[in-house]
Design a protein around this ligand. Structure first.
Ligand SMILES: Cc1ncc(COP(=O)(O)O)c(C=O)c1O
Length: 363
């Protein structure tokens, strides 16, 4: 084979999909399983969203609305923005990918933190941007001072996750404000708020970057978490019209799909389901903390639908991970520099109890 893969693509480690749940069920013979490894909403999804998808299926032989008019109108109303400040993508990861592609060329740098959402580092490299990741603070948070000090004339995009996945840490209003005041306004600051609906219920002053007056912020939100429709792939970015216009130029013509647009419109109409998801998360996080304290498990307080537990080292992590797996509890062991940690998503009460019972047996 003589095809040459460009160096920046060849250097990327490809995504290694794990076994599927049915494969694992067969292998381990579990009767019950608690799926707590992807920060999904295990309560399910809104019936209104499901019905909207069923209705939309009637027209599935036609291409979707390429500009998601109805969905953008619903979001514009909800957030007090205009439709041309909103960009819809196949999940918020797609919005992030398009933002880097639209913004970065040549020597441009994508500046962020270590210990963040794993996919971002690859998205930067795929788009030929130099990825610079600063060490975290001792408390597993983004070190905004360090990030600020690394800004140089090549810095094009800064990525902040609030809340950060997988550490669960937050950036406060005051920290974000003071950071933004120091960032030159030609640098795009992506503030990823994938867990926002949970976060604002967990912290009375959780910063809402949509309400901050910085034209160089692009806020990312998703339907994959509190709305519970991760499988249809739907997320959005909200920012200045000039930024959104650039994103529209690089997007796939018919992204997101017709079914995803319908699912989103349905999901937005169901505030009762959203509230149920948020309340379950708030209550169940407290349950997990209480039980972790009882079992002497260290953890980092979280502002999202998962919590990062801290262990002695990577060996201990793999022992706990494998022992949980044998008991049908699926959690996420983490990677350097946090390979001594395991992320556990917040599930339904019975799943969380199953997780705690398994941990108690193991310890
Ligand atoms: C911080 C963060 N951003 C973005 C995403 C991607 O979400 P989506 O399903 O919208 O692509 C995730 C998913 O886990 C996440 O944790």
């Amino acid at each position: 084979m003589n095809i040459q893969i460009p160096d920046h693509i060849a250097a990327i480690k490809s995504y290694q999909p794990g076994k599927t749940i049915p494969q694992l069920k067969e292998e381990y013979g579990w009767e019950k399983v608690a799926i707590l490894w992807n920060n999904e909403n295990t309560l399910g999804y809104s019936p209104k969203s499901k019905q909207a998808v069923i209705d939309a299926y009637e027209s599935i032989n036609y291409y979707p609305d390429p500009v998601s008019r109805d969905l953008k109108a619903a979001l514009a109303k909800r957030y007090g923005k205009s439709e041309n400040q909103i960009f819809m993508g196949n999940g918020s990861e797609s919005v992030l990918m398009h933002a880097i592609r639209a913004m970065c060329t040549g020597e441009d740098e994508f500046l962020t933190s270590e210990g963040g959402f794993v996919i971002i580092y690859n998205w930067a490299r795929i788009n030929n941007a130099r990825c610079v990741a600063m060490p975290m603070t001792d408390n597993y948070a983004f070190d905004l001072e360090a990030i600020k000090s690394r800004i140089n004339r090549n810095t094009k995009v800064i990525y902040l996750a609030n809340v950060n996945n997988p550490t669960g840490t937050m950036i406060t209003q005051q920290e974000l404000d003071s950071f933004m005041q120091h960032v030159p306004d030609h640098i795009l600051v992506i503030v990823d708020e994938a867990y926002f609906e949970y976060s604002e219920a967990l912290h009375p002053d959780f910063p809402n970057s949509l309400k901050m007056d910085y034209p160089n912020i692009l806020t990312l939100r998703t339907f994959s978490k509190a709305y519970g429709i991760a499988g249809v792939r739907l997320g959005f970015g909200i920012g200045h019209e000039k930024i959104i216009d650039a994103l529209n130029k690089v997007k796939l013509t018919f992204e997101p799909t017709a079914l995803a647009q319908a699912a989103g419109i349905g999901a937005l109409q169901d505030t009762a389901f959203l509230k149920k998801s948020i309340d379950n998360n708030t209550r169940q996080l407290q349950y997990l903390y209480k039980e972790f304290d009882r079992l002497g498990i260290r953890y980092v307080p979280s502002y999202a639908n998962f919590v990062m537990t801290v262990w002695k080292d990577k060996d201990e992590v793999m022992k706990v991970f494998n022992a949980l797996m044998e008991r049908g509890v699926l959690v996420r062991p983490l990677y350097d520099p946090i390979s001594h940690c395991i992320r556990i998503s917040v599930g339904r009460p019975e799943e969380n109890q199953m997780c705690i019972q398994a941990l108690e047996e193991i310890l």
